[in-house]
Design a protein around this ligand. Structure first.
Ligand SMILES: [Zn+2]
Ligand SMILES: [Zn+2]
Ligand SMILES: [Zn+2]
Length: 349
């Protein structure tokens, strides 16, 4: 507990009485003896005050720190000596300490207060805290309070602080509402981004499955040179793989095809085209039409939208390959693609 007795403070600062060369005077009339060298070292503002030639009538030098409770000043001065303050002191005087740290430029204390006050945000004090953070130029505290306010807005709206703010600081009210609006937008953007990312991840997985079906074969579709009689187990990406196998089976037997406007066939064409766009070994590739589609792109080029899609799938694939073990490619069987048709798939009965 800070003492109102000045000699008590001297003990705390562990200074020699004889070295004391300055008195801090507080609003409550408390005099706190201190060492100017220590004050000057901790605060450039105090340093400037100390070197300023004062109109000293007596030999006693004083600095007035007014407008905050004596106890808070006492804790502040103590901090300049030890760079420490307790949780209890933070709880009782955090707001005043932040103001003091701002006025007297003590970054260590400001940091401590920013953290301490952010931990003590409540529905009741949030509006005041926001005003204080703005006043004291504490951007971290400001941002944390804004976030707190927007996620508890329904309750904050009911407080006296909010009502006061509406009447006296409409600009800050506007700032809060704008922040909440943007936060909502940010959330929407993140959701959209996540949805897109999952689409690219799905496509990237479909690319993995296509290669796996065309080289190893899966439960119901495999390459021509592999016996379908071997009962294959579902692979690790079976959800995607099964869908793709169904699509391939459809593609191989559909009478309408793309010209006939079949959407499923169109989708299969897109998957084959996407594979051709990202495949880096078209000459050894087992995926039907890979080389042909690649050649076609080399001759005709791709449109920008397609290129963007390809880039996104490639990066999604790179990301997922960081977390998944690479499929073994060593024992890939070679398949002659001299007469490549989509019928290169062998469909299990
Ligand atoms: Zn599979
Ligand atoms: Zn079809
Ligand atoms: Zn390929």
């Amino acid at each position: 507990m800070p003492s109102h007795n000045s000699s008590g403070d001297i003990d705390v600062f562990s200074g020699e009485m004889s070295d004391v060369d300055i008195q801090i005077i507080t609003s409550g009339g408390l005099r706190i003896p201190a060492h100017s060298a220590i004050l000057a070292a901790a605060s450039t503002v105090l340093e400037n005050i100390l070197v300023r030639p004062g109109k000293r009538r007596s030999s006693e030098r004083t600095i007035r720190i007014l407008g905050v409770p004596c106890d808070a000043v006492s804790v502040f001065i103590r901090f300049l000596y030890s760079f420490k303050c307790t949780e209890e002191q933070m709880k009782r005087h955090g707001i005043h300490l932040l103001a003091l740290s701002h006025v007297y430029l003590v970054p260590q204390l400001k940091q401590r207060c920013t953290k301490g006050l952010a931990e003590r945000l409540t529905i009741e004090n949030a509006v005041d805290m926001l005003q204080l953070a703005r006043l004291c130029d504490a951007p971290n505290l400001y941002l944390k309070t804004m976030k707190f306010l927007s996620s508890n807005f329904k309750k904050v709206e009911e407080t006296e602080g909010w009502k006061f703010l509406q009447h006296h600081d409409p600009w800050l009210e506007l700032e809060i509402l704008q922040f909440m609006d943007e936060a909502e937008l940010r959330k929407k953007r993140t959701r959209r981004h996540k949805r897109e990312l999952s689409l690219y991840l799905q496509l990237s997985e479909a690319m993995d499955c296509l290669e796996h079906i065309c080289t190893e074969g899966c439960t119901s579709v495999g390459p021509l040179d592999k016996e379908p009689s071997i009962k294959r187990q579902p692979c690790s990406k079976f959800d995607t793989c099964q869908g793709l196998q169904l699509l391939i089976r459809h593609f191989a037997t559909c009478k309408r095809r793309t010209n006939g406007g079949c959407l499923r066939c169109k989708r299969m064409w897109q998957i084959l085209r996407l594979h051709a766009s990202i495949c880096d070994q078209p000459n050894d590739c087992q995926v039907p039409l890979c080389r042909q589609l690649k050649l076609k792109v080399q001759q005709k080029g791709d449109d920008e939208l397609w290129k963007l899609l390809v880039r996104k799938v490639v990066s999604a694939r790179a990301m997922s390959s960081l977390s998944l073990p690479k499929r073994k490619r060593e024992e890939e069987p070679k398949m002659d693609l001299s007469h490549p048709q989509v019928m290169n798939f062998r469909l299990a009965a």
